[in-house]
Design a protein. Structure first.
Lengths: 373, 604
């Protein structure tokens, strides 16, 4: 039996072969043989021909349905009121690899995603809270003092301790504070200039009471029967630093490709790019074969860093001078090429069209070799 | 606070503490005739500004003034108006009707009909249809059409060919069309007369059968009766005026109208000048074609002296600079006009005339956003006919109706059918027209089916058509997009000097661009050789000699029949096929200070 499969080891990819082994359990030898032959046939049929213009076909396959995408920015109704770019704007965002998307978001799963109470608790813990949200900071220029007037109602709402806040503030400016009245934290600063006073104010304004930096909002939403924390603003590093007891780190998702690249590496970034691109198209009800998207995503990440499609990225990195000059910044590329004494091997499509030679694709891939006598 | 800013003709002139009073006073005075009627005033409460306008360039429209829910125009007034004892101007003078501009309209609350008037209303529309513009108001039954079709109609009315001016025989417009026998539409609106569309109609009443005709009217095509066309249906004349003058040049030189002599540089050949008289000007009623000269003209030399063939200075000859008919156009010379231009030069205008008989590809449109292109001209004997022998002028495809919901089209057909039987015009004014019920009733009285359908017989087989066919009369307009002025194809032809690529556009006998996306398609199909044929062989292929050592394009001395490298002088050069655009690129790179070199290898 093993021998039958052995013969196909080099003809069918391993994963498919394994599937065949699994599915043909209990069949007799001739049946399995027939099956393997059929699988091989199908596999070879689905392979690309040599010289197939995959890039152009991928571009057309994404571009054509892309014309039907809406230019709408969608507003979610309900708890998490977020203006999320969808459709074409989002797709452009992905392809351009913006440092930060218009709406950076994360989805965080807790250890026990069925427990609503606990999830909310963690969400509150993650959400960033700045002092300016619960208190007003006033400067007294004459007495050179800074008043931090804490809103006690909000304090209660957030479940915070007044003393705790005071301590945090003291730590931030490395000065002791007094409490006047019931909600006024006063910093009596011995400074001579107003500039110095303002410096302290700025420092105080930046104080974070709790939460992970940059997580501006954390809402709990229900997804497929599980409670997920959906955040506005991302901080993958910060979230990953949280305790394993709180969250399931392996399930953390993020829509900021650049950030994923920095924290988790290029493979994760590629995966995210692919997932996000597919999500955009699925969302619009457009069916594009994943392999087209994979080609796009691969060409963006092949160099080891995520590169945008365009002048700064994929197109600007082409090896041919002519291809680059034909795309954008013609003069710059030609001059630079002249300075470096570049050589164009005429290997690509664009170059050969410019020069007036058959393009090395499809029927142009074949050549002649002279037989030596 | 300074109070409300007051602007007169857009300029701040002061401030006022009681803007409402100010505005009311101005309005009262205008109504009393103490201020001219064209003064308008608007108060913007939110911005706390008053705008008074009395300058030119504002479109004003008349409205009936309403006070306490009662229009100031009474039955009494209307009676006097009918008797001719009162004029419209009197109503304006007496403050019954006033003119508002767009700005003052913002302060008004205008009722469209009298029965919707409330206490709050300030004005009443004279006629509900006046909410429409000039073009929409002359389309019949627009309220029965789906909304997007109404502006489409308005856009097409502007493109219709008719009698655009009564003095067209005296005019010398560069291009103009006149319809041979324009009709006043049978279904018209109350505003046709007011707008002036009755005196200068642009269209004809076609007898239309709403039925498919052997697939020749699918996708908005229309089938016309050839006999109707030969009788003059949809026929127009096309006038085109050519113009030239004897220009003066510095140095006392002048152009001259004359029959150019063969020795003049740029002589077009005897053939081209055959219609010219001794003055070098054509006479009316000659049939001219593209390239024929209508006014022979020579211009003085650009430089007084020039290097002759054998060196030495010789006097340059006068240049040929005649006025010729555009390539691809033809017609009869209709008018030759010799006058003087503004600068006092002798000026000749030549107008040609051409009959444009409807042909396959000409565009026609009804007044309901229903446009179509002629798909076939059918001999009358092959058109469907009714028992009484009525043969339609046109077959319009029924698929054009349901999805577009142009019910007005059907109502017009019904109405005009009644109108042509009764010998009167049918009123199709927007919001105020003859009702379908009455039209059906009347049609029945004339012995037709009240729903407008008729039993027709196939003209080819003579069999009765099973379905009952809706037959009516529709006012169709011939639109200015005529195929004969658009049709274009090219196999070989002129190329641009710089790139040696084919020229662009019909006027220059250009090629059809094989664009970037078309190119992508061929790449996608992997048809490398086809792509090369499109982009190279059919475009700007050249064979250049290249020096294999220097990689530079060699000089190809045609006279000495020798090709050599300009750098090393070697005559060992090889012919290389390339696009001329690429050769040009290499030259331009050299001009930038970059020396591109070609590396030659063996093909095999």
């Amino acid at each position: 039996m093993e021998k039958v499969f052995e013969a196909y080891k080099d003809k069918i990819p391993k994963s498919i072969l394994e599937e065949v082994i699994e599915k043909t359990k209990g069949m007799n030898k001739s049946e399995i043989k027939k099956m393997l032959e059929k699988v091989r046939e199908e596999y070879e049929k689905s392979l690309l021909d040599i010289g197939e213009a995959v890039g152009i076909v991928a571009a057309q396959s994404i571009g054509e349905p892309g014309t039907q995408m809406t230019m709408k920015t969608f507003h979610f109704a309900g708890v998490a009121e977020l203006a999320v770019p969808q459709g074409l704007p989002r797709f452009i965002e992905l392809v351009d690899v913006r440092r930060a998307p218009k709406m950076p978001m994360m989805w965080i799963y807790t250890k026990d995603p069925k427990d609503y109470e606990k999830t909310v608790e963690i969400a509150k813990k993650i959400e960033e809270l700045e002092i300016t949200k619960i208190a007003a900071i006033r400067e007294d220029f004459i007495k050179k003092r800074i008043h931090v007037l804490v809103d006690m109602d909000k304090l209660k709402e957030e479940g915070l301790d007044f003393e705790e806040i005071k301590k945090r503030l003291e730590k931030a400016v490395r000065k002791k504070a007094k409490v006047e009245g019931e909600n006024d934290i006063v910093f009596d600063l011995k400074v001579s200039t107003l500039k110095a006073l303002r410096r302290y104010t700025n420092k105080l304004e930046e104080v974070r009471i709790k939460g992970v930096p940059n997580i501006k909002k954390a809402a709990v939403i229900k997804q497929d029967g599980e409670y997920v924390i959906q955040t506005e603003g991302t901080n993958l590093k910060g979230i990953m630093a949280l305790s394993d007891k709180l969250i399931d780190k392996r399930r953390v998702r993020c829509n900021n490709v650049k950030e994923i690249e920095e924290v988790l590496g290029i493979e994760a970034a590629r995966e995210t790019l692919l997932r996000e691109a597919k999500a955009v198209l699925d969302n619009q009800g457009l069916t594009v074969d994943v392999r087209h998207l994979m080609l796009l995503v691969d060409s963006m990440t092949a160099s080891g860093v995520v590169r945008p499609v365009g002048r700064q990225g994929v197109s600007g990195m082409k090896s041919s001078v002519f291809a680059r000059a034909a795309f954008e910044e013609t003069v710059r590329h030609l001059l630079d090429a002249a300075l470096r004494g570049e050589k164009d091997g005429l290997k690509g499509v664009t170059e050969n069209i410019i020069v007036g030679q058959p393009i090395p694709i499809g029927t142009g891939t074949v050549g002649l070799i002279m037989k030596k006598k | 606070m300074l109070g409300t800013s007051v602007y007169l003709n857009g300029k701040l002139i002061g401030f006022h503490n009681n803007p409402k009073d100010l505005v009311q006073t101005i309005r009262d005075r205008r109504r009393n005739g103490k201020l001219p009627y064209e003064v308008t005033v608007a108060y913007y409460e939110d911005r706390n500004e008053v705008y008074i306008n009395a300058d030119e360039g504002r479109a004003l429209r008349p409205l009936i003034i309403v006070e306490k829910g009662k229009p100031k125009l009474t039955k009494e007034h209307i009676k006097l108006l009918k008797e001719g004892k009162l004029s419209f101007d009197d109503l304006v003078k007496n403050g019954i009707i006033e003119y508002l501009d767009a700005e003052e309209e913002e302060n008004a609350y205008i009722a469209i009909t009298e029965d919707e008037l409330t206490e709050e209303h300030t004005h009443l529309e004279i006629h509900p249809a006046l909410i429409l513009g000039v073009c929409s108001i002359i389309s019949p039954y627009p309220e029965h059409n789906s909304a997007p079709r109404v502006p489409m109609t308005s856009a097409m009315i502007k493109q219709s060919l008719g009698l655009y001016a009564l003095n067209y025989r005296l005019r010398t417009d560069t291009q103009s069309h006149i319809m041979y026998y324009p009709h006043v539409p049978i279904v018209k609106t109350k505003f046709h007369k007011i707008v002036g569309a009755e005196g200068k109609p642009a269209g004809q009443n076609f007898i239309v059968a709403i039925m498919p005709y052997r697939g020749y009217n699918i996708n908005d095509a229309i089938v016309l009766n050839k006999a109707s066309v030969e009788r003059g249906l949809g026929r127009t004349v096309y006038f085109r005026t050519y113009e030239t003058q004897e220009r003066r040049y510095p140095g006392g030189q002048k152009d001259k109208f004359e029959r150019p002599k063969p020795e003049i540089s740029g002589y077009r050949g005897d053939e081209a000048y055959r219609f010219l008289d001794e003055n070098g000007i054509i006479e009316p009623e000659f049939k001219v074609n593209g390239g024929d000269v209508v006014v022979g003209k020579t211009s003085p030399p650009r430089f007084l002296e020039e290097i002759g063939e054998f060196g030495g200075m010789i006097e340059e000859k006068r240049r040929e600079n005649s006025l010729a008919i555009k390539q691809g156009e033809s017609g009869y010379v209709d008018l030759v006009l010799i006058t003087e231009s503004e600068s006092g030069n002798r000026l000749v205008k030549v107008r040609t005339r051409k009959e444009m008989v409807p042909e396959i590809g000409d565009k026609f449109a009804a007044r309901h956003g229903q446009k179509g292109v002629v798909g076939l001209l059918v001999p009358q004997e092959d058109m469907p006919f009714s028992q009484s022998g009525i043969i339609p002028d046109m077959c319009m495809n029924p698929h054009a109706i349901p999805s577009r919901m142009t019910v007005g089209y059907l109502l017009e057909a019904l109405g005009a059918k009644v109108g042509s039987l009764a010998g009167r015009h049918i009123d199709g004014t927007p919001f105020d027209n003859e009702k379908e019920r009455d039209l059906r009733e009347e049609l029945k009285r004339y012995g037709f089916k009240p729903n407008g359908t008729e039993i027709l017989y196939d003209g080819v087989t003579g069999e009765r058509i099973k379905a009952e066919i809706y037959v009516g009369v529709i006012y169709y307009q011939k639109l200015k997009h005529l195929v004969s002025m658009k049709m274009h194809a090219r196999a070989r032809g002129p190329v641009q000097i710089l790139t040696r690529q084919p020229t662009e556009g019909r006027a220059r006998e250009g090629g059809l661009r094989f664009g970037e996306m078309e190119r992508d398609c061929l790449i996608g199909h992997g048809t490398s050789m086809l792509l090369m044929e499109r982009l190279l062989e059919e475009s700007d292929k050249v064979t250049e000699m290249v020096c294999p050592r220097c990689g530079i394009i060699a000089i190809n001395d045609q006279i000495r029949k020798k090709a050599y490298c300009p750098v090393c002088g070697s005559t060992e050069v090889y012919p290389i096929d390339m696009s001329y655009a690429f050769k040009l690129l290499l030259n331009e790179l050299i001009s930038m200070g970059i020396l591109p070199k070609l590396n030659l290898t063996d093909k095999v």
